[in-house]
Ligand binder design. Structure first.
Ligand code: ADP
Length: 168
């Protein structure tokens, strides 16, 4: 059975991520989405549990996809799931440097684990979780950017933080 792992912060999952998930799930027998806990990035908007729940809701109709959180070394997580393939999405040249560096360093510590890049669909080439959060914060309707289940959670989160403007 071929198993791949798609790691990321998913803060929150976007339709760009979802597109990569659907395509990877068609290539592999099973896809494990790994939601990163120990991110170096600034504090996420959504807690780890919330990010996992949103992903589980979004992929509930894709039978060969599961969602888990992880911390520690990515390659250890990949091996623990009996996989040797990491899936990453590539948007633009800006992603390339850092993605190549990560793929190469992962191969240094785990030569049997490879990274497979899927190029983003043009519809989502501009899309990132940060852009979604920024738009939503200022009341822009982000329904074309995130899975339907994420919308109410995003509104609720931002209204709790009292930083939403304009949106209804
Ligand atoms: P990370 O913080 O690890 O970069 P992200 O949640 O931002 O995690 O992204 C996870 C993966 O999804 C990365 O490989 C990223 O390049 C990819 N990705 C993010 N947005 C898109 C998009 N719009 N289209 C395709 N791939 C994307």
């Amino acid at each position: 059975m071929s198993i791949a792992v798609y790691p990321g912060s998913f803060d929150p999952v976007t339709l760009g991520h979802f597109d990569i998930i659907k395509r990877a799930a068609q290539i592999f027998d099973h896809l494990v989405i790994g939601v990163l806990n120990n991110s170096d990035k600034k504090t996420p908007l959504f807690s780890l549990d919330e990010r996992v729940i949103m992903l589980k809701e979004a992929v509930k109709d894709i039978p060969n996809v599961s969602v888990e959180s992880f911390d520690g070394l990515l390659v250890d997580f990949v091996k623990s799931r009996h996989s040797n393939v990491i899936i990453r999405g590539l948007r633009a040249l800006a992603d390339f440097d850092i993605e190549l560096q990560m793929a190469q360093s992962n191969r240094m510590v785990a030569p049997d684990v490879d990274t497979l890049f899927l190029s983003t669909s043009l519809d989502y080439a501009f899309l990132s979780s940060s852009i979604v959060k920024e738009y939503a914060k200022y009341g822009v309707d982000v329904k074309d950017f995130v899975p339907g289940n994420v919308l109410p959670r995003l509104k609720e989160k931002l209204s709790k933080m009292s930083i939403t403007t304009g949106g209804n």
